[in-house]
Structure formats: C-alpha cells, structure tokens
Design a protein around this ligand. Structure first.
Ligand code: SF4
Ligand code: SF4
Length: 176
C-alpha cells in the first residue's frame, strides 16, 4: 500500500495542455533528485533492460524515419510533445539521465525546440516515450513495404513490456 504522503505522486498529471505544467514538473523533478537510483538495485536492473530494448530499436526507427520524415509536409514534432510526463521523468531518473533544458515560454503548439534540419537533436533515451511510440501512417507504410531482418513490432512489444515493469516497480518501491 502506498503511504498517504505519496498520494500527490500517484495523482500528479503532467500534461502541458492541462495547466500548471511547469510547477508540477519542478515538484516531481526535485522530489526525484532527492532519491538515489543506486539505492534501488532492482530498478537499476530494470532500467538497463529498458535501455537495451530502446537501443536495439533506435537504428531501425532511424532507418525508416530518415526515409520518410525529411519529405513530410506536416511534421508532427510540436513543442508540447517535447515535455515529459510523469512516466518520462521516472524513466530519466531511473536511467540517471540529465533532464534536457525545456523552454517553457515557447508556444506549445509551435515547432519543438529540439527539432533541427536533420531531425531531433536529442538522443532517443532523452526524448519523451511518446516520440518513439508514435508512427504516422506514412511511416508504418514504409515499414510494411521494406521490412528489415529486425522486427520492429516485436521490438516495440519488448520495449513497452520493459517500460511498464520499470515504471510500476519504481512507483511501488518509491511510495511504500
Ligand atoms: S513521423 Fe510522420 S508525421 Fe511525423 S515527421 Fe515523420 S513523416 Fe511526418
Ligand atoms: S522527437 Fe524530438 S523534436 Fe520531435 S517532439 Fe520529440 S523531442 Fe521534439
């Protein structure tokens, strides 16, 4: 059972569309900065499994996005998608990743601050999970017509499994 003083952590809804995002973001980040991942060896192990799944997927996704995204007329990378939700912040913490600097003054519906001429400048593990999980129709089509030896769908299933195991265990361990 989670302790009552951690109810805020269970309830926090970090969504830039819902208001007070920056305050909630700062609260969660400073709370996690007070905890050392090295004190949670099980989580560290799960984080390594998650990282391995992501690093296996990354070249395959890059292979396909590099064929489709440079020709896209409706680029999906908006500023609001760069902002991490609660799970992303827990992932960053468990992976011991320095959280990128976010420009909270930008229009959340404008172009993402991390979008460059050559695509996203952030390493994949430093991006919110949604940036890896989103596949537009054109991208799926490209994957279907040019399959690789590596199966992306299997990789995605392994990734979501590893992520859920890590997040659920992190919340359980932090809040008891
Ligand atoms: S993922 Fe799809 S919508 Fe997003 S930039 Fe690439 S082609 Fe465009
Ligand atoms: S993939 Fe990178 S550029 Fe695109 S929304 Fe995510 S963080 Fe921004």
């Amino acid at each position: 059972m989670p302790r009552p003083e951690f109810k805020w952590l269970l309830d926090i809804d970090l969504d830039p569309d819902k208001g007070n995002y920056k305050e909630k973001f700062n609260k969660l980040v400073s709370f996690l900065r007070g905890l050392r991942i090295s004190n949670y060896p099980k989580l560290k192990r799960y984080a390594e499994e998650y990282k391995a799944c992501m690093l296996k997927l990354d070249p395959a996704i890059e292979h396909f996005t590099s064929k489709v995204c440079p020709y896209c007329g409706t680029v999906c990378c908006k500023q609001k998608f760069a902002f991490p939700n609660k799970e992303d912040i827990i992932l960053f913490w468990s992976l011991d990743i320095d959280i990128p600097f976010y420009d909270f003054n930008r229009d959340i519906n404008g172009s993402c601050q991390f979008l460059s001429y050559n695509g996203c400048v952030l390493p994949r593990l430093h991006r919110p999970f949604r940036c890896t999980w989103y596949f537009c129709e054109a991208l799926w089509l490209q994957i279907e017509i040019n399959p690789l030896d590596y199966n992306i769908e299997t990789g995605l299933k392994q990734l979501i499994f590893a992520k859920e195991k890590l997040i659920n265990s992190a919340i359980d361990l932090i809040t008891v």
